[in-house]
Design a protein around this ligand. Structure first.
Ligand code: C2E
Ligand code: MG
Ligand code: MG
Length: 709
């Protein structure tokens, strides 16, 4: 329903119009009254004049009739017609006299002032005659046209007759009419003058009304309208809306100024809120939300312009290590320094349109847009920026008096080559970054469709792996470990096997990583430990001589801090002697958090459990590292073992490792012995234990039990 709305100026206008209409009504009434009064005045004036004229005429008539009656006494007495005629004619000559009649006592005409008196002897038979004849003295009668004055003529007591004079009223009427015509003309003139004044008055009132409404419009309506407009703008989020001039020194001025201040403060608050919503408080960079909005905008813009851009997803490698070992304050400091380095690198190499954001955690995203400087080769620009970032960020960072070495993995995705929507681009960037991590970290990778599929497979694998232990798809295989000096079986390494219900056997190299990354290893690891201990306990019983089992432990298991508890429980449940359990840890697991790892390993070793360093030689710790980490043995990686017979360097290194380990009281295990020469060589160099296909492949628990027997 539409509500009918009346603005202020319309209301003022209506008010003024009503006032004017009322005024006009009053004026019209006044005019009408004036008109009526004029008519009254004319009538009353006419009456007065007529009365005056008539009384004057009557007086004259009465004076005249007296004289004439006196002068006619003698002639009538003697019946001297000539004299009577003379007197009558004299009278007739006077102005306004219509007739003169001299009559006898019977009322018959004796003379009428004419020469031959045609009416002589005739009785007066006009309507006035009866009163004239019967009157005893002077008598006056008035008709429409005539004032009739008569007087009897007598000598002593004897009546001789009478005389009548008729005065015509025509000229008196004419005078009267003329006078009243003049009067009404004057009155009309006066009325017209009044009317002019009234019209002038009315016009000036209208002018005044227009002036007043204009002034109202300027002083009230316009500023209020402007305020309403500004308020609407502010409502719509435009705080730059113009607030009308506020130098006025009145209430409206106060209102305008107050409004201006209010809108400024709202604007300020809005900016603050926006800043808070769109920036990362730690680094001051744009946050995910700001980035996403910017990306959406650019996608639309660039799509039209046919231009390209690149997204670089940078993730600090093993950042958690910093938080875990140095504390969160140090972690924050590292992030700030990282942010500054990225900012510098991006501003130096990324061009003016680049945008940088922190996505929370240790993830930074850079948006690059090709400009004229770089031509159209987005890929080249992106890889040069990524290369610079990787090298800039791998420089050591000083935090809390310590040097921290961190790497960065960067995933790059290109618009519009890889995707045209923001959401897909973000997903691609993530995938590419992930691939950079998989590829060994501290490097960059461009997104490719194959990656997308790899990630899909990975996600699928993660889903399948969840609950695989409970479904019985996961089992342990055991690879025998021999003493080289006498080729005696001394133990076995437990190796996890996955028999996927559709895909068949899946290699640990494929799924261990997934379990590690997804955290599933924290559920599977303890199960492996329990199963291995249980199996190993049964071997000892069968063999008489204790065989050890070595179990692989992932970095994540070590970090979680639950490892000692799980170990204790597995040993208690199985009844296995602690020294028959060996734990295999990789170098990188220990290096990433030396302090905590050392403490935990010491604790485990305190209980009698042995700890071996797996894949030794592939990490970067070097031999000197062995001094600081409390381990019982090292397993030389099979990449060295496979080449000992061919590569003198590998042989030298292997020999050095053995010598060094022995000097520290650590035993040495060789992995991946595939032929006899390798075995012989290692035996010759005093390597303690060995495993490999030449000795025996990993086999199921039941088969291993047979092997012991
Ligand atoms: P690893 O601990 O170094 O295990 C030795 C790997 O070398 C095993 O591969 C084994 O089958 C293989 N191998 C043994 N002898 C030879 C040989 O003569 N020639 C060659 N070419 N290879 C040989 P596998 O079973 O595929 O395991 C791969 C990796 O998966 C293991 O390396 C270990 O790091 C990880 N892994 C296996 N089971 C577990 C587990 O239960 N928990 C954890 N955390 N990791 C496991
Ligand atoms: Mg191992
Ligand atoms: Mg190994």
């Amino acid at each position: 329903m539409m509500t009918w709305r009346m603005g202020l100026s319309a209301k003022f206008g209506a008010l003024i119009a009503i006032a004017l209409v009322v005024l006009l009504g009053v004026v019209l009434l006044m005019l009408q009254r004036q008109h009526a009064m004029q008519a009254e005045v004319v009538r009353v004036g006419g009456d007065a004049m007529r009365t005056l004229i008539m009384s004057r005429l009557r007086k004259r008539g009465e004076a005249t009739i007296g004289q004439v009656a006196d002068s006619l006494v003698n002639p009538l007495y003697y019946f001297d017609l000539d004299s009577i005629g003379g007197i009558a004619r004299d009278v007739m000559r006077q102005p306004d006299v219509a007739y003169v009649l001299v009559y006898d006592t019977n009322g018959d005409i004796i003379h009428d002032g004419s020469g031959d008196i045609p009416t002589y002897g005739q009785a007066m038979n006009d309507p006035l005659a009866y009163e004239v004849v019967s009157a005893r003295g002077e008598h006056t009668q008035l008709t429409a046209g005539v004032l009739d004055v008569s007087a009897p003529i007598s000598v002593g007591e004897q009546r001789l007759g009478g005389v009548r004079i008729g005065f015509s009223l025509t000229s008196a009427r004419a005078d009267e009419e003329q006078a009243s015509a003049r009067m009404s003309q004057r009155l009309n003139e006066i009325g017209k003058r009044h009317l002019q004044w009234i019209v002038v008055l009315l016009l000036s009132l209208v002018g005044l009304a227009v002036l007043v409404s204009y002034a109202l419009q300027r002083a009230l309506v316009r500023p209020i309208r402007q305020l309403a407009g500004a308020a609407r703008e502010i409502e719509a989020g435009n705080f730059a809306a113009e607030i009308p001039d506020s130098r006025r020194q009145d209430e409206v001025g106060d209102l305008l100024r107050a409004f201006g201040r209010m809108s400024e403060s709202i604007g300020r608050h809005d900016r603050d809120i926006r800043r808070m919503a769109y920036t990362d408080p730690l680094t001051g960079l744009a946050n995910r939300l700001a980035f996403r909005e910017n990306l959406d905008r650019r996608v639309v813009q660039l799509q039209g312009a046919g231009r390209e851009m690149a997204l670089l997803f940078a993730d600090i490698d093993d950042f958690k290590r910093v938080n875990d070992s140095l504390g969160h304050d140090a972690g924050d400091e590292v992030l700030v320094q990282f942010a500054n380095r990225i900012r510098e690198a991006v501003s130096r190499y990324g061009g003016s349109d680049a945008m940088l954001a922190r996505f929370g955690g240790d993830e930074f995203v850079v948006l690059l847009q090709a400009d004229e400087r770089h031509g159209a080769d987005m890929r080249a620009l992106a890889s040069s920026v990524a290369e610079n970032l990787v090298s800039e960020l791998s420089r050591p960072i000083r935090v809390q008096e310590r040097q921290v070495f961190l790497g960065t993995s960067i995933g790059i995705t290109l618009f519009p080559d890889d995707a045209r929507e923001a959401a897909t681009l973000m997903k691609n960037g993530d995938i590419a970054m992930y691939q950079a991590k998989v590829a060994g970290k501290n490097c960059f990778r461009f997104f490719s469709r194959a990656m997308d599929q790899a990630v899909a497979r990975r996600i699928r694998m993660e889903t399948d792996l969840r609950g695989a232990w409970e479904r019985g798809e996961l089992s342990l295989a055991y690879q025998p470990v021999y003493r080289l000096s006498d080729r005696r079986l001394v133990g076995a390494e437990a190796l996890l096997r996955w028999q996927h219900e559709e895909q068949g056997a899946i290699a640990p190299s494929a799924f261990i990583d997934v379990a590690e990354q997804s955290g599933l290893i924290e559920r599977i690891g303890p199960e492996v430990l329990r199963a291995a201990c249980r199996d190993a306990a049964s071997w000892s019983a069968a063999n008489g001589e204790a065989l050890f089992v070595s179990v692989n432990v992932s970095p994540r298991q070590l970090r979680s801090g639950d490892l000692p508890r799980h170990v204790t429980r597995a040993l208690q449940e199985s009844g296995l002697a602690p020294h028959a359990l060996h734990l295999e840890l990789t170098e990188t697991t220990i290096i990433s958090d030396e302090k905590q790892a050392s403490a935990m390993l010491s604790k485990l070793r305190g209980e009698g459990v042995r700890v071996w360093l797996d894949d030794f030689g592939t990490g970067f710790s070097g031999l000197s590292h062995l001094r600081r980490v409390p381990v019982d043995g090292v397993k030389i990686d099979r990449s060295f073992v496979s080449d000992v017979t061919r590569d003198p360097d590998d042989l030298a290194l292997t020999t050095a490792i053995i010598a060094m380990a022995h000097s520290l009281g650590i035993i040495v295990v060789a992995e991946g012995i595939e032929d006899e020469q390798q075995y012989a060589l290692l035996k010759q160099r005093n390597c303690d234990l060995g495993q490999g296909y030449w000795f025996g492949r990993p086999v199921a628990a039941r088969e291993f039990a047979k092997l012991i027997a």
